[in-house]
Design a protein around this ligand. Structure first.
Ligand SMILES: *Cc1c(COP(=O)(O)O)cnc(C)c1O
Length: 362
């Protein structure tokens, strides 16, 4: 046998799975520009007491040992906060991993997913990874999940339904009645992805419906209102059998010990973590009002930390970027032609965005 530092000739490569051959790795651009408003993170860092408290707890971890596989302490803390049993809660590395585990457990080539459009851009990616056929169902002209949309979803006879609430990228929440209808008119696992729910009204969540709807799964994350996008932690709340089923597909020790304890400390400091929500809501409403003053700009009502807007400017994304402002470009997506999504940042960042936009529109 010989070894060589020379790169393999192309002919020697093993081709990737055929359905992945033309795929570009998913992800919004991570560009080093002054104003980054493209991935719906919170602008403020975690509260000042957080990392010192984490450091104090980390020093006593036994990192030579594997972590607690079912991450009981974290699940108990989450369950106590949600008014559920620990057997109804399950955490993973971001809510994206939660969604993937649900697709691995309940999807597959013989199953079918239905998700709404516009909706979260990761749903098609996750379905493809999990080899699960998917149907996209259009929301109505106002991007609402109406009774007609439910009828269309039900007609596809899905095994899983994926619904973001509030919707990403639109910002509107889905009403409890629509979720009840989805559950009543399908035999599917109804997965409501509440990544932004903490930014809305206290009664916006469908969590209280867990008592009533046996196939409801509520998915949440620490990445958005909890200001911990760098931690990669998300969770689900559902019936206990869902939690048992996802354990059939999770990797052993998928949630590392450092992350488990960091999540626990975050929950202990929940009030300090979530204290910024009113500021975000006020800023969102201020930016939305300013956008509505601009001629030719349409903006959707939002209960999240971002706004979807449509302008007549063809290359708005590039022209804002030239001015140092990074937003999320949806302008070439079906149903979102001419749209960009802007995350609510600090007041200064939001002003920089508005100034750049006015400049482009002038
Ligand atoms: C941001 C976002 C998530 C969060 O994913 P994580 O993996 O938890 O960071 C999930 N769903 C939607 C709709 C999102 O916008």
């Amino acid at each position: 046998m010989t070894t060589s530092d020379a790169p393999c000739a192309v002919a020697d490569r093993l081709p990737v799975r055929p359905d992945l051959a033309a795929v570009e790795p998913y992800g919004a651009p991570q560009l080093d520009v002054p104003v980054r408003l493209n991935t719906n993170e919170t602008a403020e860092p975690p509260p000042p007491g957080f990392l010192p408290a984490v450091a104090e707890r980390i020093v006593s971890l036994e990192l030579n040992r594997y972590p607690d596989r079912p991450h009981r302490a974290l699940r108990e803390a989450l369950a106590a906060r949600l008014g559920l049993d620990a057997e109804q809660v399950w955490a993973a590395n971001g809510s994206n991993e939660i969604l993937l585990q649900l697709l691995q457990a309940y999807g597959g080539p013989e199953r079918r997913v239905a998700y709404v459009r516009p909706g979260y851009s990761m749903y098609p990616e996750l379905c493809r990874t999990a080899l699960t056929p998917a149907v996209e169902v259009d929301l109505d002209d106002d991007f609402a999940l109406t009774a007609d949309v439910v009828t269309t979803i039900a007609a596809t006879d899905p095994d899983l339904v994926l619904v973001p609430s509030p919707n990403n990228p639109v910002g509107t929440p889905v009403g409890r009645d629509a979720v009840r209808q989805l559950h009543a008119r399908t035999r599917a696992l109804v997965v409501v992805d509440e990544a932004y729910v903490e930014f809305g009204d206290a009664d916006a969540s469908v969590l209280p419906l867990l008592d009533e709807l046996t196939r409801l799964v509520v998915v949440r994350t620490f990445s958005k209102a909890f200001r911990l996008a760098g931690l990669r932690l998300g969770y689900l709340a559902a019936a206990d059998w869902v939690v048992q089923d996802v354990q059939k597909v999770r990797l052993p020790y998928h949630l590392d010990a450092v992350k488990q304890v960091t999540g626990l400390v975050a929950l202990e400091q929940e009030e300090a973590f979530l204290g910024h929500r009113q500021r975000v809501a006020d800023e969102r409403d201020r930016v939305a009002a300013a956008l509505r003053q601009l001629p030719g700009v349409q903006v959707w009502p939002s209960a999240a930390n971002f706004l979807l807007l449509r302008t007549g400017v063809d290359d708005l994304f590039a022209r804002l970027l030239e001015r140092g402002v990074l937003v999320r470009d949806f302008s070439r997506r079906p149903r979102l032609v001419g749209c960009v999504r802007v995350t609510i940042g600090t007041a200064d960042e939001n002003d920089a965005f508005l100034t750049a936009l006015r400049d482009v529109l002038a």
